[in-house]
Ligand binder design. Structure first.
Ligand SMILES: *Cc1c(COP(=O)(O)O)cnc(C)c1O
Length: 456
């Protein structure tokens, strides 16, 4: 075995040719999505007015192990993949830890995050179905940007509902999307019935992801030739993001490296799910033993303080019900929460793995997250996204634990994106004005009250 380089690159020929579906290895499958009207499992026919046909097939498939990646998507991937797997020698030195730290960096494309991996796949299937365009929501803007890029490449129309606070606070994100040809509307808006209803009930609201989702779904079902696409939470997104974990495994296998701990930040769960999928598969088959850790913000703690139950995926309650760890679709994180990862629920696969004891979860306060981000930036050079920095925080904490115990653990974490569009949040931190807002049990109770009363 040779010395591990700073960056482990893969050849184009070593890139994965199929996505891995971790559900195929799960004995306890994630609970099915339910039709909110009938409370019966969603069928492909139920989903067809909203989603693209091929993506529905991927969403509902709990058994197929591998889905071949179509050549056109593989060619697009080649523009920015394989993404680098970095041995964090400088961070290890800075921490004085015997731990060996690796991170997979997904921010080296213009959209700045891993979301492009699924955006191109979803846009491809929409195009293949002969659709005119797609609609979606975006919070901080990474997903909208990624989807705009993918749609521009394939010649599809793209309508983005952007959470209003972000639309106002992140004008540059908005302009990147418009440059790629997307139509960007601040949400809630007067252009949909659900948007008008939310505005009537909460005038002056800055919006939320759940509310933007409801608007995007309505726009898809009321415009001929459009379908709705989603950048996280769904199992099809986890499937596409498995490219992250598959590349990691191929690269680490080349050097005979086996991680002890695999860490990812968790918003809706797609990057973490994609990163750990092939490793979870090994573990479920009894071939290996890893610790998996999900890291979420203390201000939006779905896995660590949420309920594992059926809930609405959106504020407007137009989407299917999912059984997941959730804070209730009515939950909104405190307005001074700057670190992203603000979705109220969690992907059903990750929720099931957590319920089964396979996936650990912890929450971290945002000042601790930005402290880790700055420390990382100063020694490793990359300016990380606040979301990604949740994983950095946990990786640093684990490495510091190794310094105390002298254990030479191997830690792998997902560095999902860059923080160039988050400088307002960095500014707050640098000015010492960032606060930690942890919801009280009463705050959470208000969110839980918005959940449907179903016993399944
Ligand atoms: C969207 C996003 C996340 C969180 O989404 P997941 O679906 O939980 O992966 C994390 N990091 C970055 C940079 C993002 O853009």
């Amino acid at each position: 075995m040779s010395e591990i380089p700073y960056k482990i690159y893969l050849e184009e020929s070593e890139m994965p040719r199929a996505w891995y579906n971790v559900r195929s290895a799960m004995k306890v499958k994630p609970a099915p999505l339910l039709n909110p009207a009938t409370l019966r499992p969603m069928t492909a026919d139920d989903l067809r007015p909203v989603f693209c046909d091929e993506l529905i097939a991927q969403e509902l498939d709990d058994t197929t192990e591998y889905f071949p990646i179509p050549e056109e998507i593989r060619n697009f991937y080649k523009m920015y993949r394989p993404s680098p797997l970095v041995r964090a020698y400088c961070l290890e030195k800075e921490l004085g830890t015997p731990a060996k730290i690796y991170y997979k960096f997904e921010g080296n494309n213009t959209s700045g995050s891993h979301k492009l991996n699924s955006a191109i796949a979803q846009a491809y299937y929409a195009k293949k179905q002969g659709l005119r365009g797609v609609t979606t929501e975006t919070g901080a803007g990474q997903w909208g940007t990624a989807l705009s890029m993918a749609c521009a490449y394939l010649g599809l129309d793209c309508k983005v509902f952007m959470v209003k606070v972000s639309y106002e606070q992140k004008p540059f994100r908005r302009e990147v999307m418009r440059t790629y040809g997307a139509d960007v509307t601040p949400s809630p808006s007067m252009t949909t019935a659900v948007g008008r209803k939310i505005l009537e009930e909460f005038p002056g609201t800055g919006g939320s992801l759940g509310c933007a989702i409801s608007e995007a779904v309505e726009a898809a079902t009321t415009h001929e030739g459009y379908r709705y696409v989603l950048g996280s939470v769904l199992n099809q997104v986890l499937l596409h993001q498995s490219i992250i974990g598959l590349e990691c495994k191929t690269a680490l296998d080349k050097y005979g490296v086996k991680p002890d701990i695999i860490i990812g930040c968790a918003g809706g769960g797609s990057n973490l799910g994609g990163l750990i999928s092939p490793f979870v598969g090994e573990q479920l088959r009894g071939e290996a033993n890893y610790r998996f850790i999900a890291v979420e913000p203390a201000s939006c703690p779905s896995l660590t303080r949420g309920k594992f139950a059926y809930d609405y995926c959106d504020t407007g309650m137009v989407c299917p019900l999912a059984k997941m760890y959730t804070l209730g679709s009515g939950f909104m994180p405190a307005p001074n929460h700057a670190g992203g990862l603000r979705y109220h629920g969690m992907n059903t696969v990750l929720s099931q793995l957590h319920a089964d004891g396979l996936l650990e979860a912890r929450s971290v306060e945002q000042t601790k997250v930005f402290e880790a981000a700055e420390r990382f930036a100063r020694c490793e050079g990359i300016l990380p996204a606040p979301e990604s920095s949740h994983a950095i925080r946990a990786a640093i904490d684990e490495a510091l634990l190794c310094r105390e115990t002298g254990e030479e653990k191997t830690i792998l974490f997902g560095l999902t994106g860059t923080g160039y569009f988050d400088m307002t949040a960095y500014g707050q931190y640098n000015d010492g004005k960032m606060t930690d807002d942890i919801p009280t049990d009463e705050d959470l109770a208000r969110g839980f009250a918005s959940m449907p009363r179903i016993d399944i």
